[in-house]
Design a protein around this ligand. Structure first.
Ligand SMILES: Cc1ncc(COP(=O)(O)O)c(C=O)c1O
Length: 511
């Protein structure tokens, strides 16, 4: 099922594309030194091709090499050694693995997307500076800021993309909100708090770690006893519902709005993942998100959406905010932004709350190749104008590039969700009601008493790897979140294997 990819022909088109793109990216330099003229020559293409064979050869080395130099949390546990990948399929020494989790949610376009690769290759050969400090004016930096400023519906938004991780984007939101509250209440920190949610996850660095309820046990420096309670107010997890429906708020949700009103002077930020991905894909109701928006506006508290997981396509839109039609004041994005082709994250804040402090420079911030990749990812999602598609491409590929991948999400999501619901009907003793939205699916697993079972979710995750499917376990649920390039036949394969796994465990329930 997964062998039919034409990798060789893609690499060939790839080379043609980057030659074409040279004209787009090449600045008008007048004097070339030897290296620069070689950079733009056919010799460079020959050198690249030559080196490529060495990289392809390197895939044989991983197995022989020792893991003993890796930090203990970096030791791999899937047991598969990848050798190549295209789209949603990763070839490994033990056979192909179908990626139904977009890896760690970075690969929104799957692996080795032709448009992104061609753009990065073209940029690399353009002779543009390979690194730029933010002290220089920079077309890519401005263009990307403009392109992503509107994805959450924030009017007059300012973008900080000198960041490289989701946690760094969250830290940036916290700083902005903190600085705003200082303009209102002065610099005295006593009593000021962040409102976060039970079940939320926002990263592993200092402040991002402290506001993440699901990693309460994480050991962080400067976290003296009691301070966590004082500085973070953890609201109850919203009730699991659906983005599509208006629901009456539960008593607990009404209570959350009351708590925000009561603590309006102390709360300097309320932050939520629109879908609580890392807590079993808890999906709040539209009414809850709307109520949160209204309450924060009423209390002049900035509302932040952590869209590190939800932005850039899986919901069929560029963001959950767009899908819900609820604009936050602040947004954190990363992962899908470059599709896994470089480290980049961004905070997007309304002008009122854009209160950055400190220098704008950062070691790897606004990495140029990552920004070129991000531009290409956004184009690939939304579709590319005909005039920007090189004429050398085969018609079917050109049409796919023009159409854009977002276009296909509703159809693919409908098919995937319908088939997952069929499975939950068939194995209702261990599978609960499907959560999530679009291509983000959470399948809760239950023990024999019908209670949520993180142990069973982890067991199904492991079992699926042995069946050639990579999903993820999150709290009590299996996360299914394929890249947007997933095909119908790949969905068929994943569902068949998941069915086999559920059958196995439904006959021998864990716990
Ligand atoms: C919702 C959410 N926020 C923030 C982060 C932190 O991102 P990073 O690991 O890039 O720091 C993650 C990481 O998985 C996440 O899922």
């Amino acid at each position: 099922m997964m062998g039919g990819r034409q990798r060789a022909s893609h690499l060939c088109v790839d080379l043609i594309l980057f030659m074409k793109f040279e004209a787009t990216y090449a600045p008008a330099a007048t004097e070339f030194r030897d290296g620069i003229s070689f950079l733009r020559s056919d010799g460079m293409l020959a050198l690249t091709t030559d080196l490529r064979s060495k990289y392809i050869g390197m895939c044989n080395d991983g197995e022989r090499m020792s893991s003993s130099f890796l930090a203990k949390n970096l030791i791999p546990h899937t047991g598969c050694e990848p050798t190549a990948a295209y789209g949603a399929v990763i070839e490994t020494k033990d056979g192909p693995i179908l990626d139904m989790a977009s890896q760690t949610v970075n690969t929104v376009l799957g692996q080795n997307d032709i448009w992104v690769l061609a753009n990065i290759n073209a940029f690399n050969l353009s002779g543009y500076p390979s690194f730029l400090s933010s002290r220089f004016t920079n077309a890519y930096s401005k263009l990307l800021a403009e392109k992503i400023s509107s994805i959450g519906g924030i009017v007059n938004a300012r973008v900080n993309h000198r960041l490289c991780s989701g946690a760094a984007a969250i830290e940036s939101l916290l700083t902005n909100a903190w600085n705003y509250s200082c303009t209102k209440y002065g610099d005295d920190a006593s009593g000021r708090m962040v409102g976060s949610f039970k079940g939320g996850f926002h990263g592993q660095t200092g402040n991002a770690g402290k506001i993440s309820w699901i990693q309460k046990g994480l050991k962080l420096p400067f976290q003296d006893a009691g301070s966590e309670q004082g500085k973070v107010m953890f609201f109850e997890t919203p009730t699991t519902a659906s983005f599509d429906h208006h629901e009456v708020l539960s008593d607990g949700e009404v209570e959350i709005m009351e708590q925000i009103r009561q603590h309006r002077e102390e709360l300097f930020l309320v932050i939520i993942e629109p879908l609580l991905m890392n807590y079993g894909v808890v999906t709040p109701s539209l009414s809850f998100i709307q109520a949160l928006r209204e309450t924060c506006t009423e209390c002049d508290i900035p509302l932040a959406f952590d869209e590190v997981q939800t932005a850039f396509g899986w919901l069929g839109t560029m963001s959950a905010a767009e899908k819900l039609r609820v604009a936050p004041d602040m947004l954190a994005v990363s992962k899908g932004l470059t599709g896994g082709y470089g480290p980049l994250s961004a905070s997007i804040c309304s002008t009122k709350f854009s209160q950055e402090s400190g220098t704008g420079e950062s070691t790897n911030g606004s990495d140029l190749r990552a920004m070129v990749a991000a531009k290409a990812v956004l184009e690939r999602l939304a579709g590319i104008q005909w005039e920007d598609i090189p004429a050398c491409l085969p018609t079917s590929l050109a049409e796919e590039l023009h159409e854009g991948l977002l276009h296909w999400v509703p159809k693919k999501a409908k098919s995937l969700r319908m088939r997952l619901r069929d499975l939950t009907g068939k194995y209702e003793n261990i599978a609960g009601a499907l959560r999530g939205d679009g291509l983000i699916c959470g399948l809760p697993l239950l023990d024999k008493l019908g209670k949520p079972s993180p142990a069973l979710a982890a067991a199904v995750y492991r079992d699926l790897i042995s069946r050639g499917v990579f999903a993820r376990a999150s709290h009590d649920a299996l996360i299914i979140k394929p890249p947007l390039v997933i095909t119908e036949s790949e969905i068929d394969f994943a569902i068949e294997q998941l069915g086999n796994s559920l059958r196995k465990f439904s006959n021998h329930p864990l716990c």
